[in-house]
Write a protein that binds this ligand. Structure first.
Ligand SMILES: *[C@@H]1O[C@H](CO)[C@@H](O)[C@H](O)[C@H]1NC(C)=O
Ligand SMILES: *[C@@H]1O[C@H](CO)[C@@H](O)[C@H](O)[C@H]1NC(C)=O
Ligand SMILES: *[C@@H]1O[C@H](CO)[C@@H](O)[C@H](O)[C@H]1NC(C)=O
Ligand SMILES: *[C@@H]1O[C@H](CO)[C@@H](O)[C@H](O)[C@H]1NC(C)=O
Length: 393
């Protein structure tokens, strides 16, 4: 009678209510066999439904292969997206699916972020000269009205606002430039430059390099150190997870679809606006170093090159990158910069790990950089003099 009850309950978890030894003699043989068979079948059913992660599911769920320890951990449950994320991701996916509309009229938008006048306007004038119709210029002057010396920059100022270093106002200025440049349907590539940037090649070279590359050049790497993941805040959850947090220089070049999704984004933007700022929780998060790298890493990782086409020299390991002054400007220096064909990232932890990546343009290794910074205004005359020499190296 008691054994019969145990059989009816029939689950592994109920085993402890089996009758104690005192009642055992009352169990009859066939009931014991049925009981054992049912335990074995239950085990088999469980093993079928919840297989260990060792075999097939290993390559189904993990592209990185398996390691012995994780084989025996239960699979991490897939996170359910919030309504906002579902909406955001579906819109972004649809925009990314649209094919580029390249034509003879395709232009590159050169978008300058500057406090005021641009010290290298004359050099850019030389660069643009003769290529009318293939580019458009936009200037965001955040402090004072610029005085323009080149006709290509006249009347190209957009409505601008103040930029506070390390604050979201930097991203706001980038988005303002993108929105203005998107108004021209011929713009296909959107390059962000600063007042201290100079061109390294001829216009044709830059135009062809960007126009025939089908990706965006957004600097992006994973830095486990204090100036990388150390700046992440859990307040960004659930949309932005620590494992997706990335770092990179702000100077980008992006394709039109990417420009559209950046201007359209409000979900991820608001996370960085609210929880990535200097001083928050004792961290020094700077939105322009993390928002776009993290955003693109999460939403279109294969659509970005992971390096920037604008060269900068951090090798002195100071708070600011190397500033090239007039005496530094030689054909040899420019030759050195234009021949670099690997991009390098260094982590900010004690390991100071160097992550080196070949610069591939549609699969072919070529020099990485089309522009360079930071140049001191005093370097202008020497750069003007050497322009036709170094751009044709
Ligand atoms: C950039 O890095 C991501 C991984 O974060 C990778 O999936 C992608 O292929 C890389 N892009 C290129 C062009 O190699
Ligand atoms: C150019 O590169 C060479 C080889 O790395 C180096 O020895 C030289 O000092 C560099 N010159 C300049 C001006 O940077
Ligand atoms: C970009 O072009 C290369 C070579 O033409 C091609 O192999 C690759 O699939 C393209 N990538 C994208 C994202 O369209
Ligand atoms: C630059 O090119 C011009 C004309 O080709 C030449 O006369 C001049 O010597 C070159 N300058 C240098 C520094 O090589």
């Amino acid at each position: 009678m008691k054994a019969g009850q145990a059989w009816h309950l029939g689950s592994i978890g109920d085993m402890q209510i089996l009758p104690g030894p005192r009642h055992r003699p009352s169990l009859k043989r066939p009931i014991w066999i049925i009981f054992l068979v049912s335990i074995v079948s239950l085990f088999l059913v469980c093993a079928y439904i919840y297989p260990p992660r060792g075999s097939a599911p290993c390559y189904v769920f993990s592209s990185r292969g398996c390691n012995v320890l994780s084989d025996w951990l239960p699979p991490a449950p897939a996170r359910a997206y919030t309504d906002e994320e579902i909406a955001s991701r579906v819109v972004i996916r649809e925009i990314l699916k649209t094919s580029p509309t390249k034509s003879k009229n395709s232009k590159i938008a050169f978008m300058f972020l500057s406090p005021g006048s641009l010290p290298f306007e004359k050099l850019w004038d030389k660069f643009f000269n003769g290529h009318e119709g293939k580019f458009s210029v936009y200037v965001h002057a955040s402090k004072e009205r610029p005085v323009h010396v080149s006709r290509y920059f006249l009347n190209r100022d957009i409505r601008s606002d103040e930029i506070v270093w390390g604050k979201i106002s930097m991203i706001d200025a980038e988005r303002r430039l993108l929105a203005n440049a998107l108004k021209d349907p011929d713009n296909q590539h959107f390059v962000l430059l600063s007042d201290s940037c100079v061109p390294l090649h001829t216009f044709e070279y830059v135009y062809n390099s960007l126009m025939y590359a089908n990706i965006s050049f957004i600097d992006c790497f994973q830095d486990p150190g204090p100036h990388g993941n150390g700046r992440y805040s859990d307040h960004m959850l659930p949309e932005v997870q620590k494992k997706d947090f990335r770092k990179g220089a702000q100077w980008f070049s992006m394709i039109r679809q990417h420009a559209v999704i950046v201007v359209a984004d409000s979900l991820y933007y608001s996370k960085f606006r609210d929880y990535c700022k200097p001083g928050l929780e004792g961290k020094n998060c700077i939105p322009d170093e993390h928002y776009l790298p993290t955003f693109f890493h999460m939403l279109d990782p294969v659509g970005i090159a992971n390096w920037s086409v604008t060269h900068v020299d951090w090798s002195e390991r100071k708070w600011h990158p190397k500033l090239y002054k007039a005496p530094d400007i030689t054909l040899e220096l420019l030759k050195n910069i234009t021949s670099i064909d690997e991009s390098k990232h260094v982590t900010s932890d004690d390991k100071r790990e160097e992550q080196v990546q070949a610069c591939l343009w549609n699969g072919i290794k070529r020099p990485c950089y089309l522009f360079a910074r930071k140049f001191h205004p005093g370097a202008l005359d020497k750069l003007l003099k050497l322009f036709s020499n170094y751009t044709t190296l």
